[in-house]
Ligand binder design. Structure first.
Ligand code: PMP
Length: 285
């Protein structure tokens, strides 16, 4: 990813892709003082871009990092990156982190908070699984207690077990891993939220202990608009046996049907297709 053409926004200006570097004593690299956003631009417009900018600032604040930019300034930086790279359809990655500075230890108040935006073309997150259905392994690790770590932040530190679990799942031939939460209830995948259907109604884990995805909230809105009842509640793993359809939601994943979780199978049915089509229409509207 390092050595290619293109432009990246770093601390107030566009720099060449291959020159977008940081010092090895970057605090974020050592202590995970880093938050980020994943967004998609469709036909020249970032879907809910401003909402993502606000979430980035909120995540930073949760990590005691005052944002050096307003949400409008973040929006403008993202626009500048898309324009400089000539992208109409792309994935956008904004990043805010504690840089190197006066201190190199756990405390880092004197180290500046830095900001960058990159964008690149990125197709279906789960590749062919978008049509065939993703296959999920059950992760060995669990989503942490909100009293352990600020679980509503989109913070780098929360992804350590995501990478570990996704690698373990991929090594076994699965597309991704599904996490249970710290109490053993169904939580989310490593970069997406999860939904199930039963008897024409939808069930999704209550998002009070992991990222309440912008796509998740959008899809709940679309379902309600379509007159579908949505239950946000604690879901026990044994219940997976009784669900008919299952899908994942996320900016990168969009709406991806799930065919399998461990030994449980799901049909790629009408509601997954309908909601995927409605989401597609909305983001491209
Ligand atoms: N959970 C995790 C762990 C994620 O990384 C993501 C992707 N940002 C989501 C859920 C979905 O969030 P969103 O719909 O806002 O992209």
């Amino acid at each position: 990813y390092d050595d290619r053409d293109g432009k990246i926004w770093m601390d107030g200006k566009l720099v060449k892709w291959r020159d977008a570097n940081v010092h090895i004593l970057t605090h974020g690299l050592h202590y995970a003082s880093s938050v980020f956003e994943g967004e998609r631009c469709y036909n020249g417009k970032i879907f809910k871009g401003h909402e993502h900018s606000l979430r980035l600032i909120r995540s930073a604040r949760l990590l005691d990092m005052p944002s050096p930019l307003s949400a409008d300034e973040i929006d403008a930086a993202k626009e500048a990156v898309l324009k400089a790279n000539g992208f109409e359809n792309a994935y956008v990655r904004a990043l805010m982190w504690r840089g190197s500075g006066t201190e190199m230890g756990v405390s880092a108040k004197g180290n500046p908070v830095r900001f960058a935006v990159a964008a690149w073309e990125w197709g279906a997150y789960y590749g062919d699984a978008k049509w065939e259905g993703a296959k999920l392994d059950v992760a060995k690790w669990r989503r942490p207690d909100p009293l352990t770590i600020p679980t509503s932040a989109k913070a780098a530190g929360l992804y350590m077990i995501c990478t570990m679990s996704k690698h373990a799942a991929e090594a076994k031939g699965f597309s991704d891993a599904l996490f249970m939460d710290f109490e053993g209830y169904v939580a989310e995948a490593t970069g997406a939220n999860i939904f199930f259907t039963k008897d024409g109604e939808v069930h999704t884990p209550l998002a009070d202990r992991f990222l309440n995805g912008i796509t998740r909230q959008t899809v709940i809105g679309l379902l309600k608009e379509a007159g579908v009842t949505v239950h946000e509640r604690r879901i026990r793993p044994e219940e997976l046996d009784g669900f008919e359809e299952c899908w994942l939601t996320g900016t990168a994943a969009e709406v991806t049907p799930v065919a399998q979780i461990g030994d449980w199978r799901f049909e790629i049915g009408p509601l997954s297709r309908q909601i995927s089509d409605r989401y597609e229409a909305l983001v491209r509207a």
